[in-house]
Design a protein around this ligand. Sequence first.
Ligand SMILES: [Fe+2]
Ligand SMILES: [Fe+2]
Length: 165
Amino acid sequence: MAEMRADPNQKHFLRNAEFDADFSNLPADLDKEFRDFLISSITAEFSGCVLYAEMKRRAKNADMRELFGFMSRDEARHAGFINDTLKDFGIAVDLGFLTKAKKYTFFQPKFIFYATYLSEKIGYARYITIYRQLERYPERAFHPIFNWFEKWCNDEFRHARPLRC
Ligand SMILES: [Fe+2]
Ligand SMILES: [Fe+2]
């Protein structure tokens, strides 16, 4: 909790001048894959943001409320950072359906915690795998957003940190 409160990535998600470059000439297949990647990523990040905000709102335990508030904060930041790149590509993703009032399905908290834990692990693996791969082949890093993934995955790691007993 102290680490979440300290917010080590608070200043991380700021764009630099590299993002101003022209990315309109990517090969067509790479361009399509990158767009799909950004859209699936922002959907996952924003889903986390909405879910955690809801869990914060509904939880009665003060620690749980605080924890899910921090996690929602991080995912909002991740989604916002991806959204800036989507805007550069002229893509507006409507994620409003995620926040619309809908019929609730009840799950026991343990299932939500476990599904959340797994999706955070997957998120961590996804970002760090891409980062490490591009570290090996820097000439393939065609967009600056990949340079943000190392510290980014630290957030996801924190979100699914195993309990030490
Ligand atoms: Fe995230
Ligand atoms: Fe996360």
